[in-house]
Structures are given as C-alpha cells and as structure tokens.
Design a protein around this ligand. Structure first.
Ligand code: 4AD
Ligand code: MG
Length: 455
C-alpha cells in the first residue's frame, strides 16, 4: 500500500488482464461474505468497477477472523488467480485465511448499513457512508462518466472550458435567489460591494464568447430558492455553452446534438452500471433513453404548446393558455404524452424569462428555448441573447434593474458585438434522466436542499 509504484492494481484492471496462475493483490471492502465447512467466499469491491472479486478460501477461517470479515470491512488479500468454476466470473482469487489482512475493522453491531437493502431515504442521513452501497456506487460512476463525455463533446468541437467565478457580483438570472457572501460576523462587504454565490456563469462566459467564439462553463451553481421538489437543489452543477455568431436555431441544434451524443456515449461506457438501474431503479431505462435519442427531437413555440394543452382535454391543476406559466404537469404532458420524445419549446412570453433574452419582433415574446424531456420536464434552458444595445438597456430599465450594474455586459454590445446564444443544462437532471433515479438528492454527492446540508 502507498509508495507510488507499489500501489495495488484496480480490480477493474485485474479482472480484465489477470491470467490463471498469476499472483493477486486485492485491496478493497467486503461486500458479502459466506462461510461453510468446506469453502468460504468473500466478495471484495474497490469502486473501480461494479464487479467484485470473488475470494475463495478452502480452509475455513477461525471464529475470530470470521467475525471480522463482514460487510464493508477493509481488507488486503494476497492470493492466486484461478479459473472460476462458478457462473458469475471467469476468474477468482484462491487464498488461505492468513493471506487475508484486515486493514480496517467494521463492527456490524453499530454500523448503520445492513446487508439487507437500506432505503435511499435512510442513506441520505448517512451521506458519508452511502457511496459504498451498490446504487450509489453506480450513480457516481455514471456521474463521473457523463462529466467526462460532456467535456469530450465540447473539446472535440473546439469549445473552450472557461472557469467562471463562483463568487459573483451580478445576478445573472435577475431572479433574486441569491446566497450572499459575507465576511465573518461583521457582515461587511469583503469585496467592497455585495457579492453572492453564482446563480449562473452565463453573463461572464459571454465575455469569453466575444473573444473565443465557442466556450462553455461547467461548475457549481447556487440558488436560494425554497423549493422542496425532487428536481431542485440549492447547489447543483450546470453546463453552459455560449456561441458567438449564433442564433436560436444554432442553440437548439447544439443542444440536441449534445444531449444525443453525451447520452449514448455515457450509456455505452457505463453498460455494467446501467444494468443495475435497468433492473432495480427504472425498468427498461436503457432502451427508453436509447429510443428517445434515436429520432429528432420535437420543436414547438410556447404559443402552440399552450394551444395543445388547451385542446388536450386534460384536467390540469394549473391554468393553461397564452400567458400561463408552464408547470411540471404541463411539461411532462407535452414530452411524455403528446410528443412522446424530448421537445424544444421556444419563444416564451418576455415577462416569464430573464432580461438578457432577445426580444422577438412581436415585442411580446423572446427567443428562448426550454428542452422538456420525458420523466424529467425541463432539463435545459437557453436563448439567443439580446445583442442590440438599446433594446437591452431598455429591458434592464423596464425590469427595475439598474443599467449601471450591467455596464460591462452592455459594453459587449457596444464593442464588436455579435448575435450570440447558448443554454444551460442541469447536470443532475440529466443524470436522473439517464439512470432513472427519482430524487435529485440521490445523484449529488452531498445534496444541499432547504434545511439539509450534511457535512
Ligand atoms: O433555466 P435556467 O435557470 O437557465 C440559466 O441559468 C441560464 N443562464 C442558462 C443559459 O442560457 N446559459 O437553468 C438551466 C438549467 C435548468 O433547465 C435546469 O435543468 C437546471 O439548470 N436547474 C436546476 N437544477 C437543479 N436544481 C435547481 N434548483 C435548478 N435550477 C435550474
Ligand atoms: Mg429555466
């Protein structure tokens, strides 16, 4: 252990490369153990793969050691790779009891995770231990892979990853859902003016789109909204591409390519983990996602969408018709029942959307788009941006905001501006869509929701 070159080979690599007769060194945690007179088994995982190593003991361990080899005890096992007569795996590790070193004991009488299934709700209260359980092992491997595929997608298209600030001085969404940054108990403005945790990197990344053409952010985002829903967290991660010389059609086209390619490549790379979700979390989710991205997504205007909702004959809880705000029930009806696939809704009324969206010629609607996805609802929100200096300044004033706060943002319209646009993807919502996990709290390593911040 340790000492650089002497570190163990991950189980994923050993399972792929080991040959019968080779020495094995496995470090990990026990998932299950089973002892009998003739033969005993340990299944050991290290997080590098959903597969465990089956460790087989021909000699039974003594009672003392047996008692220590329970769930999530950490062990180091030295043995020999041999062909496995059982069905599950092709190779297993054969060893003697003295080849098993207990690295860290785990007393099952006080350990809060039991061998039988523990509920997701209970596991939320032990956020420090839940990554060891099967479901969370899979969730965070898929989360990692999706992040990787997203960076790959943009990198291959020449988009630059820009690290926009986490401490921000601009309310990018104008929605006032801000967590203030203060300095110690004195509540003074450390930066000489009010600052808060970013609600979006978009405004800052627009500066870079005006210099590198194609850019994106990928970082944590904070919103002080008091929404206790399965789709909202107060800290979540957002991906925000921004393109210069682009209009709403370009934004929609990028979003569709993006969702299709990152979904397929993540499912391909995580085939083993996806089996767990397919069997235990959301039956048939893999096939459903693959089918969903096989065909072009639908596209309607907000006005058309409201007409569809009015004619649907559905008894919605919230009102429909031009001017009504789209609620989750409407979004899901459109994506799941009416279109049966993801749908871009465009051209929302201007008073429902942020100040920076480009005003359409009707002066009523803006060049916005939300991507509504079955089971999830809104997964992406984006727009073409208002590039006309006078129109933007007027919108800022109309909305009761102060143009002087947005000097720099208005400058981008004055000094070599271009038509431009982009979108924001809720990273956790995409993970939920891919895996079928139902609650955003279960796809975040340490979820922050109203009243809850574990560690
Ligand atoms: O629609 P939103 O608010 O758009 C923006 O922030 C723009 N600046 C994006 C852009 O054009 N660059 O947020 C984008 C996405 C939503 O569609 C949703 O998926 C996710 O972020 N999101 C949340 N996810 C989890 N918890 C929350 N509280 C979220 N709020 C938004
Ligand atoms: Mg939105």
């Amino acid at each position: 252990m340790g000492h650089g070159a002497g570190r163990r080979t991950p189980i994923r690599v050993q399972l792929a490369n080991a040959q019968p007769g080779q020495e094995a060194l496995v470090e990990g945690w026990i998932k299950t153990s089973r002892f009998s007179k003739n033969v005993s088994f340990l299944h050991v995982f290290d997080g590098s793969t959903p597969h465990t190593v089956q460790v087989v003991l021909a000699t039974p361990p003594d009672e003392e050691l047996k008692g220590r080899l329970g769930i999530h005890t950490s062990v180091r096992v030295k043995g020999t790779w041999v062909e496995s007569p059982g069905g599950e795996q092709s190779l297993e590790v054969r060893c003697e009891p003295e080849d098993i070193e207990v690295v860290g004991d785990n007393d099952p009488s006080v350990y809060p995770i039991q061998r039988k299934r523990t509920s997701l709700e209970h596991l939320r209260t032990i956020a420090h231990l839940r990554p060891r359980t099967n479901t969370f092992q899979a969730v965070f491997r898929v989360r990692h892979q999706l992040a990787w595929e997203i960076h790959r997608f943009f990198h291959e298209r020449g988009f630059l990853w820009i690290h926009t600030p986490i401490i921000s001085a601009s309310d990018a969404e104008g929605a006032g859902e801000l967590f203030n940054v203060t300095h110690g108990a004195k509540h003074e403005h450390f930066f000489g003016k009010p600052t808060f945790l970013t609600v979006s990197g978009q405004l800052q990344v627009e500066c870079f789109a005006s210099a590198y053409t194609d850019v994106y952010t990928f970082g944590p985002t904070f919103r002080a909204e008091n929404s206790n829903t399965v789709r909202h967290a107060n800290e979540f991660w957002m991906i925000e591409p921004e393109m210069a010389f682009a209009d709403l059609d370009d934004v929609v086209a990028l979003a569709e390519d993006f969702v299709r390619q990152t979904a397929i490549s993540t499912l391909d790379a995580c085939a083993d983990d996806m089996e767990l979700f397919d069997r235990f979390v959301e039956k048939g989710v893999v096939e459903a996602v693959r089918k969903t991205v096989e065909h072009p997504f639908a596209r309607v205007t907000y006005r058309e969408a409201q007409e569809i909702l009015q004619k649907s004959g559905k008894d919605f809880e919230f009102p429909v018709g031009f001017g009504s705000s789209m609620q989750a029930e409407h979004e899901r009806f459109l994506a799941e029942e009416y279109f049966g696939r993801p749908v871009f809704v465009t051209d929302y009324p201007k008073d429902q959307k942020a100040f920076y969206m480009r005003l359409n010629d009707d002066e009523q609607t803006v060049a916005a788009t939300d991507l509504l996805v079955p089971r999830i609802g809104e997964m992406i929100g984006g727009s073409q941006r208002e590039e006309r200096h006078d129109v933007l300044a007027r919108r800022i004033t109309e909305l009761g905001m102060h143009p002087e706060d947005f000097d720099w943002y208005l400058d981008l319209r004055k000094f070599g501006g271009t038509p431009h646009g982009g979108f924001g993807l809720g990273f956790e919502r995409m993970i939920m869509w891919l895996t079928g996990m139902k609650n955003i709290r279960d796809v975040l390593p340490f979820p922050r929701t109203p009243g809850h911040a574990e560690f």
